[in-house]
Write a protein that binds this ligand. Structure first.
Ligand SMILES: [Zn+2]
Length: 220
């Protein structure tokens, strides 16, 4: 059950996802089978390709992706591999933000911050300010923003509901979020933009850890 796209666009999109997945794995941001990447199909924005569940991310190929509906996160074709367990979070981001690509990884510094700041039952808001790298997030006001940290509910659909509700209420927020004790998700108009934003946020989290400053946290 591997992905065999019928169009050149599908093939190219799957290849882009596989290439970036292996790169992020080599950086140590997708240990084991963790993390998932998705991208809307350029010729059909209601569909996206997402990395298949349970695959070794260091060996992912263009055939290890699944076509899903961007509104529901459900598999769009029969006879495919299982989509990532976290597909519903991608779908929530697509529905609310109109993004074209979503990346979720367990990069170490973002995960440390998500562990320190996150709460079990409520969304925490981490204030980010002063760092030059904030300019890489494409914010209207790059001087400061609040990065949401969501409870890591065992039911992924519950996380997706929280994410959709939050992004609807805070449309001007940053193009990323943290999951408590878990990892980071970013998005953008392209896979490269989502990756750039991921790099900026991971780096800001690294600076927060290294500076040992007390995180500024409020509740949503
Ligand atoms: Zn994860």
């Amino acid at each position: 059950m591997t992905y065999a796209p019928s169009t050149a666009v599908g093939k190219q999109t799957a290849q882009q996802l596989a290439d970036l997945t292996r790169t992020l794995y080599e950086r140590g941001w997708m240990p084991g089978t963790s993390g998932n990447l998705s991208m809307r199909l350029p010729d059909d924005p209601d569909r996206a390709l997402i990395t298949a569940s349970g695959r070794d991310k260091g060996e992912l190929t263009a055939r290890d992706v699944v076509e899903v509906d961007t509104h529901t996160g459900e598999a769009a074709l029969t006879g495919q591999a299982r989509p990532s367990a976290e597909t519903s979070i991608h779908a929530a981001v697509y529905r609310v933000t109109g993004a074209r690509a979503v990346i979720h990884v367990h990069s170490p510094y973002a995960t440390v911050i998500a562990h320190r700041v996150g709460a079990h039952h409520a969304v925490a808001m981490l204030r980010l300010e002063r760092f030059e790298l904030l300019k890489g997030l494409g914010l209207e006001n790059p001087a400061a923003t609040h990065l949401p940290v969501f409870p890591n509910w065992p039911q992924v659909d519950r996380i997706a509901e929280d994410v959709a509700a939050h992004l609807t209420a805070y449309a001007e927020g940053p193009p990323g979020l943290l999951l408590a004790d878990h990892g980071i998700t970013t998005w953008g108009d392209s896979l490269n933009q989502a990756r750039n934003r991921l790099e900026c946020l991971e780096s800001i989290c690294q600076l927060l850890v290294l500076s040992q400053s007390e995180p500024h946290v409020s509740r949503a």
